[in-house]
Design a protein around this ligand. Structure first.
Ligand code: ADP
Ligand code: MG
Length: 230
């Protein structure tokens, strides 16, 4: 299977006044097409920082992120915006759905932003809601949905543009264990259907064991994490 993304010597320090904090130190790893990788780390270990770098939302102190062989930090602003809209999808711990719009409108939003017609956006959003098992909830607003349903809508929104890579920041962090399990099952089903790669950062080692591969983020360094027995 081909490589989709790789990090080469990726480091991130925050420099504030006299305080310099090294959050990520010389990370080297890659992700294949259609591979689902978990990055496990405790709170404050740098998980969100890493995802921001992978999404070109922040710049590293050193190193490169190559997406399909191209260094994303050398993209122009316009190319970066296009990269985020077309190649990536984001899922957060708190769903970040727009409260005044229903599920269908929330899912259609990235397509509309990408200048797809309203009719086609709605058709594709509707098909995506069906894939995540929420066809019968499309006209409900986020406040009328359960936590697990909201996260399904957020996943549908991330996938509707058919990106190659989803970056998920503690997607089950706000859910009970059983609902969290169902979200991981959904990710697994979607990968089979859509061949999407996922980087999921989490502190939940049990859920991480459901993905193809798990890496530990400790003191700024990544190591393989054997979760096969969990
Ligand atoms: P996690 O997502 O694993 O909880 P973060 O990536 O949010 O961790 O943060 C990692 C470390 O970097 C923390 O010690 C945090 O305080 C620090 N940090 C994050 N963002 C900034 C920032 N903008 N300026 C300074 N320090 C930051
Ligand atoms: Mg975080």
């Amino acid at each position: 299977m081909g490589e989709l993304l790789s990090c080469v010597g990726l480091s991130k320090e925050y420099n504030e006044a006299e305080n310099s904090v090294t959050v990520l130190s010389n990370l080297n790893f890659s992700i294949n097409k259609a591979e689902q990788v978990a990055i496990v780390g405790s709170s404050g270990s740098g998980k969100s920082t890493l995802l921001h770098l992978l999404g070109a939302l922040d710049k590293p102190t050193q190193g490169r992120v190559l997406f399909e062989g191209k260094n994303i930090f050398e993209f122009s602003q316009r190319q970066q915006a296009q990269f985020r809209n077309q190649s990536l999808g984001f899922v957060y711990q708190f769903h970040h759905l727009l409260p005044e719009f229903n599920a269908l409108e929330n899912v259609a939003m990235p397509l509309m932003i990408g200048k797809v017609s309203i009719k086609e956006s709605n058709q594709r959003a509707s098909a995506m809601l069906e894939k995540v098992g929420l066809a019968n909830r499309s006209l409900h607003k986020p406040s009328e949905l359960s936590g697990g349903e909201r996260q399904r809508v957020a996943i549908a929104r991330a996938l509707v543009t058919e990106p190659q890579l989803i970056l998920a920041d503690e997607p089950t962090g706000n859910l009970d264990q059983k609902t969290g399990e169902s979200i991981y099952q959904l990710l697994s089903d979607l990968r089979t259907q859509m061949q999407t790669s996922f980087v999921v950062v989490t502190h939940d080692i049990k859920l991480a064991s459901r993905l193809d591969r798990s890496l530990n983020l400790i003191e700024g360094t990544l190591t393989a994490n054997d979760v096969s027995g969990i």
